[in-house]
Design a protein around this ligand. Structure first.
Ligand code: G6P
Ligand code: MN
Length: 448
């Protein structure tokens, strides 16, 4: 089995390789091709993988290349994990939005729209090439904003592209453990869009155990989302929102806290990773150890401002082990490659799962996965407050897709203006202008 990783010089690639090293079953991945536009990063990451593989007899062979066609040919699976514009691009997405008084975040609100506008054209181009060079490959999209990017790629790849995120599965596992249930045996009723979903029920032996959690203040205070949202809001919603909904329900506070911060998350990660890749260029650096320390620091500071806003205190170590992207990707790949039927929460085309959206809309819902791909499963109908947000954000995504495909300034303004977290069309217009100034790839959207 041949796996190709687009964005193979990325910081999280060792997590994926680590997961592959633990798989010794027949039909496992035996060859990993890392593709990246940055040869220096490829070398750095290949060094970490080399150390990870030491002493493991059946470790998958690693090939690194900057030639996309070579990377794609013969691939059985393609992981797409790219970051257009790098972390400095992300930092600019966040900064410009915050300067305009709206949320600057990688995937949510104005920052997410800017990132989408920059990423969709590249993702569409990759999808076209994959369809030509590796038409039978299954494509697993990690690239954020994951729902939107998956939908863009699905225009060329149909249901062969599946988007993943670790946050729904992480939430499901945390809630299952709290309720004393085996996370692998529960059925999780979760639905929405990527980073915009709600856990509506958690079934054990045919019984919904979520009401028990909602009624128990001690349990509610003992996990990340419980502390982030607080018992009153959770009870009134009757569900547990994805942690990214904190940006919606506490938007004003999040924007305020982010504007106070010395650096945005993107700027922090940019500085951290620059020093990581620089150290990797020095001969004699212990590659795996250096990588692992950087990773631990990164995880510990994740969503720190939101926790502060909520008075939620430190992250507990339990909250950190979410199962991880790499575990979701590996489980998905296994189910497809070996026809081992399993259920996972994934980003796929809606068909008729959420009645408020059309069939082509990519949604994040539980799916049955087998050798024929990911099949979305019926979920409880969304309540109106959720339908409202999901439909509004899907309209934004559609405007982003249109702007990315046509280069239309009007569509770009519409994308920002329609977003529930952008409160004025005037702000939307200024955002388009500012993003056109700071991102060369968006300069065509600036005023003529
Ligand atoms: C979560 C989200 C991802 C995001 C990741 C890292 O796992 O689901 O979409 O990429 O966190 O966020 P960070 O801010 O550390 O890049
Ligand atoms: Mn995610």
């Amino acid at each position: 089995m041949k796996l190709t990783i687009l964005g193979g010089g990325g910081f999280r690639v060792p997590l994926v390789y680590g997961a592959l090293l633990g798989d010794h079953a027949e039909g496992r991945v035996s060859r990993v091709t890392l593709y990246d536009t940055d040869a220096g990063r490829l070398t750095a990451v290949a060094r970490v993988l080399g150390e990870q593989a030491r002493g493991i007899a059946d470790a998958p062979a690693v090939i690194a290349t900057t030639d996309l066609e070579e990377a794609l040919r013969g691939a059985d699976f393609v992981f797409s994990a790219i970051r257009v514009g790098g972390l400095s691009g992300r930092a600019a997405d966040e900064r410009v939005a915050l300067e305009e008084g709206v949320l600057g975040q990688e995937t949510v609100g104005a920052g997410g729209i800017a990132y989408g506008l920059r990423t969709v054209p590249v993702a569409l181009d990759l999808a076209r090439r994959i369809a030509r060079l590796a038409p039978d490959a299954w494509v697993i999209n990690f690239t954020n904003p994951a729902g939107l990017v998956t939908e863009a790629m699905s225009r060329h790849l149909g249901d062969r592209v599946i988007g993943i995120c670790d946050s729904p599965v992480g939430l499901g596992r945390r809630v299952a453990r709290l309720l004393g249930a085996d996370p692998d045996r529960v059925w999780i009723d979760y639905a929405g869009l990527n980073h915009l979903g709600w856990l509506r029920g958690l079934y054990v032996d045919g019984r919904d155990e979520l009401p028990r959690l909602l009624a128990d203040p001690v349990l509610l205070d003992s996990f990340e989302e419980g502390r982030l949202f607080g018992p009153e809001l959770l009870r009134s919603l009757g569900s547990i929102p994805n942690e990214y909904l904190h940006y919606y329900y506490f938007n004003r506070e999040a924007v305020h806290a982010y504007r106070q911060a010395e650096r945005t998350r993107g700027a922090f990660l940019r500085d951290q990773q620059e020093s990581f890749y620089a150290r990797m260029r020095e001969p004699g650096t212990a590659a795996l150890l250096t990588w692992d320390r950087t990773r631990a620091e990164r995880e510990a500071t994740y969503m720190a401002e939101n926790r502060e806003v909520a008075g939620a205190g430190e992250r507990e170590s339990d909250d950190l082990e979410s199962g991880g992207y790499e575990q979701v990707a590996l489980a998905l790949m296994r189910a497809v490659a070996r026809n081992e039927r399993t259920s996972l929460i994934l980003n796929v085309r809606n068909r008729t799962t959420l009645s408020a959206l059309d069939c082509e809309a990519v949604v994040e819902v539980p799916c049955l996965v087998d050798a024929n791909g990911a099949h979305p499963v019926a979920v409880s109908p969304l309540p109106y407050h959720a339908v409202g947000l999901v439909a509004a954000v899907k309209a934004v995504e559609r405007a982003v897709l249109e702007a990315a495909e046509s280069g239309s300034r009007a569509a770009a303004v519409q994308a920002f203006a329609l977003h529930p977290l952008v409160d004025s069309v005037a702000v939307a217009r200024r955002l388009v202008e500012r993003y056109a100034e700071v991102h060369p790839e968006l300069s065509h959207l600036g005023r003529a």
